[in-house]
Design a protein around this ligand. Structure first.
Ligand code: FES
Length: 163
């Protein structure tokens, strides 16, 4: 009778140990499977950098008074309106090392705060170390009267939008 009780206790503790080891093993396998699934999902998903679209609406023409230079901070583009009503879009990213330039209305220049490059309102270099002019982008007017800038299309100084 005492022997049977000992055997039951012994079997009970073996089952408990077995149950414990099965649970730990199952948990470990589950963690490994979940990790593998996550890594496989990351491997299969496209590795792309999400950036804002290159084409954007800058706003209606009446937002830009004649002879104004307005920085669109989000897009890093100056919207330049000449006295005659011509529009152009000039990049605000310095061609030296990529700092964001500022319009200095009192001097009528675009100035880089990093190393002192200066540009005119058309983006031409007035003072280095910037090696090249600021790029100019294609600009159109949509059917709602909004200026549309396409940073994917660079244009020369001769290309202007007359409204
Ligand atoms: S980054 Fe503009 S002058 Fe150096």
């Amino acid at each position: 009778m005492a022997e049977d009780s000992l055997k039951e206790q012994s079997e009970g503790s073996i089952l408990t140990r077995r149950y414990f080891l099965e649970t730990i093993g199952g948990g470990a396998i589950g963690i490994v499977a979940a990790g593998s699934a996550v890594l496989t999902g990351q491997f299969l998903s496209p590795n792309v950098l999400r950036e804002p679209p290159l084409k954007f609406r800058a706003g209606p023409t009446e937002n830009f008074p004649p002879e104004s230079v307005t920085l669109n901070k989000e897009q890093k583009v100056f919207i330049v309106r000449a006295k005659e009503g011509y529009f152009s879009a000039v990049s605000a990213v310095c061609t030296h090392l990529g700092c964001i330039t500022n319009w200095k209305s009192e001097e009528e220049i675009i100035a880089c705060p990093c190393h002192g490059s200066k540009f005119d309102k058309e983006g031409n270099v007035l003072e280095g170390p910037a090696p090249r002019p600021l790029p100019r982008f294609a600009m159109t007017l949509d059917e709602q009267g909004q200026l549309v800038v396409d940073k994917g299309v660079m244009v020369g100084e001769e290309v202007i939008l007359k409204v």
